[in-house]
Design a protein around this ligand. Structure first.
Ligand SMILES: Nc1ncnc2c1ncn2[C@@H]1O[C@H](COP(=O)(O)OP(=O)(O)OP(=O)(O)O)[C@@H](O)[C@H]1O
Ligand SMILES: [Mg+2]
Length: 464
C-alpha cells in the first residue's frame, strides 16, 4: 500500500441506539433484568438484597438545562409523560424560545422497581467511572481468574453491561449509592427513552449529584421509574411468579443460606427463602451429609438418606400400577419396608422402623469413618474439616420432561457448615444448580447426577 497521509482529528463516536440494541439482546425478560441487578448486589459483597415493585407509585423527575440541549428529548415512554416549562416561570412558548433559555423538563412516571443492597456502594467518582461508563467493569481480569471480593466471592459479572438490562423494566434509571453511612449519597439519573433521540451516547442527558445522606444509607439502590407493561405487573400472582422464576435463576443454595433476596410487589411480601423452602419440601429423595470431628480428633461422615413413597410408587404403566399395588396396597407398604431391611446391600445402614403416614417412607443413616473413605491408604490425606451438604432430588413431571425414569429429576444443593468452608463437592453442586436452572434441567445435569451416583461420596474432597 502507498503511504497514507492523515490529517485532522475526526473521532469515532458511538451511536446511542447501540445501548438499546445491547440491552434488549442482553436480557429477554423482566426476571433476567432484575437478576442482573441482584447479581451486582452479590458482587458488591452485600449480605442480601431487596426488590420492591410498586405499580401504583406516581412521581416526577425534574431536570433543568438549556433549551438547545433538552428540547429534543421530548418523547414520552410507556408510563412516562414529558412536559416542558421555562426555568424562570414565564410562559413557555415553543415558537419564541431562545436556544440558550433555561428550561425545565418534567418526567411524570407511574410504577417503580427498585433493587437495594447494603453492599460496598460507590462514591461519586466511582459512580462516574463505573456505572456511567458502558462496558466498563472493574471485575474483569484480562489474565487468569477474576479477583475475589473482600468477602471471598467470585464476581458473577465482568462484561460491564448487566445494568443495560434494566431498560426491559422501564424508562428512568436512578442509582443512589454511598460507601458508608457517614459518606454523602451519590446519585445518577438518566432515561432509556432519551437513547433514541440522542445521536451519540454522550448526548444523552445524565444528571449526577451528591446529596446529604440523612438516613445513613450504605450500599446501592437502583430504581427504574415508569414501568413497561404495567398491566402485566398488576396481574394476580405476578409477585409470586416473579419470586418463583427468580428462585429458579438464583440457586436455592444462595437464596437460603448466603444471599437472601426479599421481594415485595405492591407491599405484598414474596420471600425467596419461602419459595425455596417450599420447593425443597417437595423433594422425593434427599441425601444429607455432615462431617463431624470429635474432641479426640477423629472424624466421620454422617450420611442420611430419605426417600418418599412417591419415589417408589407410580401409575404410568400397567406394570408400575401393579407393582405399586403389590408394595403399598394391602398395608400401606409396611411389609415392603420390612423386606427392605433384609436386602444385603442395605446391611450396615441404620434403617428407621416403618411408621404409617410418616413424611419419609424410608430413612437410612450411615456413618463413615475417615479411614473408610480415603481412597489410598499410602497417600497423605488431609482431613477436610467441618462441612455439611445435601442433595435434593425432584420428580420433574410438572415441568413437561417426564420419562418416568428415576433419574428424571434433579437438584443438587450444598450448604456451608457452621464455621466451616464450602467443600469442593458443595461448590460443584452449587454451580450445578445454577447450570440446572439456566439450562432448564438439561441433559448435562442428568449426566452428572448419574456419575454422582456412581461416585457416591467419592466426590468429597477438601481444598484446605
Ligand atoms: N449494586 C451495586 N453496588 C456497587 N456497584 C455496582 C452495583 N451495581 C453496579 N455496580 C457497578 O457498576 C458496574 C456495572 O455493572 P454491570 O452489571 O453493568 O456490569 P458488571 O457487573 O461489571 O458486568 P456484567 O455485565 O457481566 O454484569 C459494576 O462493574 C460495578 O462497578
Ligand atoms: Mg453485573
Amino acid at each position: 500500500m502507498n503511504d497514507l497521509e492523515v490529517k485532522g482529528q475526526p473521532q469515532l463516536r458511538v451511536g446511542s441506539h447501540v445501548l438499546v440494541q445491547l440491552g434488549s439482546e442482553l436480557v429477554t425478560d423482566v426476571e433476567q433484568a432484575i437478576l442482573e441487578c441482584v447479581k451486582n448486589s452479590y458482587d458488591a459483597d452485600s449480605p442480601g438484597c431487596r426488590i420492591d415493585i410498586d405499580t401504583r407509585e406516581q412521581g416526577s423527575v425534574v431536570g433543568t438545562g438549556p433549551a438547545s440541549a433538552l428540547l429534543r428529548f421530548s418523547a414520552p415512554a410507556e408510563n412516562v409523560a414529558v412536559s416542558f416549562s421555562r426555568a424562570d416561570g414565564k410562559p413557555f412558548d415553543l415558537l419564541t424560545f431562545d436556544s440558550d433559555d433555561q428550561i425545565v423538563r418534567k418526567l411524570a412516571y407511574t410504577g417503580i422497581v427498585s433493587v437495594e443492597d447494603t453492599g460496598d456502594g460507590l462514591d461519586e467518582e466511582q459512580l462516574k467511572n463505573t456505572w456511567l461508563v458502558i462496558s466498563g467493569s472493574k471485575k474483569r481480569s484480562p489474565n487468569g481468574p477474576k479477583a475475589k471480593t473482600a468477602k471471598g466471592r467470585t464476581p458473577l459479572g465482568d462484561k460491564g453491561v448487566g445494568r443495560l438490562g434494566t431498560m426491559r423494566l422501564g424508562d428512568i434509571l436512578v442509582i443512589e449509592t454511598a460507601k458508608s453511612p457517614e459518606a454523602k449519597l451519590a446519585r445518577a439519573i438518566f432515561r432509556w427513552g432519551d437513547c433514541e433521540a440522542a445521536e451519540t451516547v454522550d448526548q444523552i442527558p445524565v444528571n449526577v449529584t451528591t446529596l446529604d445522606n440523612n438516613k445513613g444509607f450504605k450500599g446501592t439502590k437502583v430504581s427504574v421509574l415508569g414501568l413497561r407493561d404495567l398491566a402485566e405487573w398488576r396481574k394476580p400472582n405476578r409477585g409470586e411468579a416473579i419470586a418463583r422464576s427468580l428462585a429458579r435463576l438464583i440457586s436455592p443454595f444462595e437464596a437460603t443460606s448466603t444471599f437472601p433476596v426479599a421481594i415485595t410487589v405492591d407491599d405484598v411480601d414474596h420471600s425467596l427463602v419461602a419459595v425455596t423452602n417450599d420447593v425443597l419440601s417437595r423433594a422425593i429423595a434427599t441425601f444429607d451429609f455432615k462431617w463431624v470431628s470429635d474432641a479426640q480428633g477423629s472424624s466421620r461422615l454422617e450420611a442420611k438418606a430419605r426417600f418418599r413413597k412417591s419415589l417408589l410408587a407410580g401409575n404410568k404403566s400397567v406394570r408400575q400400577t401393579l407393582k405399586t399395588e403389590l408394595a403399598f396396597g394391602a398395608d400401606g407398604g409396611k411389609a415392603f419396608h420390612e423386606s427392605l431391611t433384609k436386602i444385603g446391600r442395605l446391611r450396615g445402614y441404620e434403617i428407621k422402623p416403618y411408621k404409617e403416614n410418616a413424611p419419609w417412607f424410608i430413612e437410612l443413616d450411615q456413618s463413615f469413618t475417615w479411614s473408610e473413605i480415603i481412597a489410598k491408604q499410602d497417600e497423605a490425606q488431609e482431613d477436610p474439616g467441618p462441612f455439611t451438604g445435601v442433595f435434593n432430588y425432584f420428580h420433574l413431571t410438572d415441568l413437561g420432561d417426564d420419562t418416568g425414569s428415576y433419574w428424571n429429576y434433579g437438584h443438587a444443593q450444598a450448604r456451608e457448615g457452621h464455621g466451616g468452608h464450602l467443600d469442593p463437592a458443595g461448590r460443584l453442586s452449587g454451580a450445578l444448580s445454577w447450570r440446572l436452572a439456566q439450562h432448564g434441567f438439561g441433559d448435562d445435569f442428568r449426566k452428572h447426577l448419574r456419575s454422582a451416583r456412581r461416585q457416591h461420596f467419592g466426590i468429597l474432597r477438601s481444598d484446605r
